[in-house]
Design a protein around this ligand. Structure first.
Ligand code: LLP
Length: 412
């Protein structure tokens, strides 16, 4: 469900015409629907109402302050993976006791800041990391609560770049030696091992891989408790898939109906880390057609947005629907591409879209997650503006970068 749709041939975000925003801000521009974000969060939160739980939004999907703030007001927490994400989460007002910190490469400085900020817990990905967190906590005279991230060796049936819970992936600790790892971590001073964390991948449309993972984790919990370790928190990660094309992802309600019967009897606090589910379909990227180029074998619609603005098609061959912001009569078959000097700079290939011409706007749909957050300045392009729509109002929540911004911190 989202609040982008056509009325009288014009694409709207909630009650605002996308063309109006594009004309006001210039292009490319990311446009987010506040109502979609809020409703997606609530769907997950309500689905898990039957257990003690905390929804921690995965900032990596889209760390726009305005989005974090919107979620913070809803009571949402944050899943972070860097000092920068911690900084932004705190700046947006997320309570430290709602912040969980994952990632395989936490530095000493990042750990120290997180401990001083009194975050809820660390999700530890290796024994050297546990030793480091223990040492930093000891130095600071603090004890921190932690979960160990377990790699359950489950195939989530998604793109191999975003599969994270198979034994060949760099993430987590192998389940076959989990007991050993937990006992080793529990012996370290100044950390309290109280949770198990898993995150098996992203854009997962089926519930079965989660159920399989959960069964493995619950068996592990029983083994650990026999050894005297009390596990009071289970973090089941993020990864819930969305519709880009013709996928049929599970709804949060269906997902909860399958996992809650397993979780409820445990009496643990359940943590979830959704990113894409909350923001993916809550955002689009609007761009202006620069040229229609007739090539030797195909046509090209050349936009003023490039792979630096939205890299998912180039990096994962990801599908994003592309539509003309104003419906036209007639159709055009073309590759929709950007201005960047790489053949991989495309948004869609062999697409049939409304017959657009120079100066028309198009929208790349479902671009709210891993869109702006993966944008770069490649080809010395300025990062695009971001707009948040709320009913009939819209606000620029991040200005387009200026040329001056491109010189930031540089000298010669
Ligand atoms: N928790 C952890 C520990 C994660 O590593 C991730 C995503 C999430 C939660 C959130 O997953 P989500 O609910 O958004 O699926 N750039 C890729 C996706 C990379 C996901 C990385 N980890 C893409 O554009 O598809």
């Amino acid at each position: 469900m989202h609040y982008f749709g056509f009325k009288n041939g014009q694409l709207y975000c909630e009650n605002v015409k996308v063309a109006t925003i594009a004309k006001t801000t210039g292009t490319p521009v990311y446009i987010y629907s506040k109502r979609t974000i809020v409703e997606h969060f609530r769907k997950i939160d309500e689905a898990f109402a039957g257990v003690d739980h905390l929804v921690c939004y995965a900032l990596k999907a889209n760390p726009a302050l305005a989005i974090i703030k919107t979620l913070q007001k809803e009571g949402c927490g944050a899943d972070i993976v860097s000092g920068g994400e911690l900084y932004k989460a705190l700046r947006a007002g997320i309570a430290p006791e709602k912040i969980v910190y994952a990632g395989v490469g936490k530095t000493r400085a990042e750990i120290e800041t997180a401990i001083k900020s009194r975050i809820f817990m660390f999700n530890i990905e290796s024994i050297p990391e546990a030793e480091r967190i223990s040492a930093v906590a000891k130095k600071l005279g603090k004890t921190v609560e932690v979960a160990l991230r377990i790699n359950p060796d489950v195939d989530p049936d998604t793109h191999h770049y975003i599969t994270t819970g198979k034994k060949e992936n760099k993430f987590g600790l192998n389940i076959s030696k989990a007991k050993e790892y937990f006992l080793a971590a529990a012996r370290l001073p100044n950390i309290k091992v109280c949770g198990i964390h898993t995150h098996i991948g992203s854009q997962i449309t089926k519930v079965e891989p989660y159920v399989l993972t959960l069964k493995k984790i619950i068996a592990l919990k029983a083994i650990l408790e026999k050894s005297g370790l009390r596990i009071t928190r289970l973090n089941i990660g993020g990864g819930l898939g969305i519709i880009y094309d013709n996928e049929t992802p599970s709804t949060p309600a269906n997902f909860a109906s399958k996992v809650l019967p397993l979780l409820k009897p445990l009496g643990v606090k359940v943590i979830l880390e959704p990113g894409r589910f909350i923001v993916g379909n809550a955002g689009i990227m609007a761009a202006e057609v620069q040229y229609i180029k007739k090539g030797e074998v195909k046509n090209y619609v050349i936009l003023d947005a490039g792979m630096n603005d939205l890299i998912r098609p180039s990096l994962y061959d990801a599908y994003h629907d592309i539509v003309a912001v104003k419906k036209t009569s007639g159709k055009l078959k073309a590759d929709i591409v950007g201005p960047i000097c790489e053949s991989g700079d495309f948004f869609g290939k062999n697409r049939v879209i409304d017959k657009v011409k120079e100066g028309d706007f198009v929208a790349v749909m479902s671009a709210g997650a891993y869109g702006f957050s993966m944008a770069s300045n490649y080809n010395c392009r300025r990062k695009p503006a971001e707009v948040l729509v709320d009913g009939s109002k819209f606000k620029i929540v991040r200005k387009r970068e200026t040329y001056q911004d491109l010189l930031n911190g540089e000298s010669f």
